[in-house]
Design a protein around this ligand. Sequence first.
Ligand SMILES: [Zn+2]
Length: 491
Amino acid sequence: MTQPLIIYNTLHRQKELFVPLHAPHVGMYVCGPTVYGDPHLGHTRPAITFDILFRYLKHQGYKVRYVRNITDVGHLEHDADEGEDKIAKKARLEQLEPMEVAQYYTNRYHKAMEALNVLPPSIEPHASGHIIEQEQLVKEILDNGFAYESQGSVYFDVAKYNAKHHYGKLSGRNLEDVLNTTRELDGQEEKHNPADFALWKKAQPEHIMRWPSLWSDGFPGWHCECTAMGRKYLGSHFDIHGGGMDLVFPHHECEIAQSVASQGDDMVKYWMHNNMITINGQKMGKSLGNFITLEQFFTGQHPLLTQAYTPMTIRFFILQAHYRSTVDFSNEALQAAEKGLARLLDAARALEKITPAATSTIQVGDLRQKCYDAMNDDLNTPIVIAHLFDAAKSINSVAAGKETLTEADLKELSETFQLFCFDLLGLTGEAASNAGREEAFGRAVDMLLEERAKAKANKDWATSDKIRNELTALGFEIKDGKNGSEWKLNK
Ligand SMILES: [Zn+2]
């Protein structure tokens, strides 16, 4: 049975019933990373939020085409129309071909997403592979009179557009607000109006990422790619467009304007945005020294981190907040998430070992529907987790012999746990339990070596040799030093 899903549509500032345009098909486009640096905490939230939606829509029986792009050209510094291309700058600094930079960081991004158990999208188009589609879009907007050419570049004519349509309807601004908050930057003299944005930029002589066009050798404006690629893979009208709240303006506002100016109407039915992440109450930024990459989280190698955190702890922590609320990262909060996740995973393991009884002393029947209700309420994952914690408490009582469950109830509880904890929230038990198991094995070997040290101190050479030989036979290499013995596993 398909559950009625309610999602918050940023465009109308309200929760709306999700009704796909062409059920059972659902088209979903999410803005992906600009690949010029290591994946960091800021990348996790949109990836995990829309992973939950992707998983849930598929579970509902929809055939979901999920497009998440890779921005490898056109994204200039400060998200502005002037300045160096983010990838070209990194390439210049590292003396690499820009596509080497893009490939390297795309690979790093994929690796991090896999560790976080984020499912790969159906299509992952690169902006640089869709220059023709972007030029076509620019041409359509020019032909319809909503853009103008200026010294080889093409700009979107915001004032002209705004006279007919509302520029600012997604972000809730009007043109006056936009003009008041637009920074004066170099190169603005090419524009008729400071609010205008670049659709095509003529490349400066030193600019290496360039393509021929009707207007100049150059490159597309940053906002073009998502409109052009969304339309190419999802059609001129599709269901969901998502991204971080920081993209509402100007990126998504410009996408709407480009869509209306080219095809005459909106391309997207539901706009969804995840809120931002702060670190110890501060915005994350390279200049603030609180910029933590995912690898640094996974290894604990950052001055602000007191320990390493597994990818699942990060995922669980993010899911403990509703995607439209802010999330503040701190060591204390992550340690609490680590404990909470362990409690759920322990309960899932305990569940497997429970033997059924003739009667049930606790109610499990409504857990599944309660979890569905929370998911259907704009993907309220913290409520789903709260229900799972309640279930974990019951499981522990049954495991301790204080309560009992029938075979049918046990099956219902196991299935619900599997569905929500693992299939839909995408949590996995393996990473944590492997690390835990290895630590336990290590401690056991330490204990044996302590016994051997005692035997040696007592001149019990037979026992000392026996421990050493048996460990060696198992593949351990034992090194005796001044401060006792060390070991490593040679397998
Ligand atoms: Zn985008």
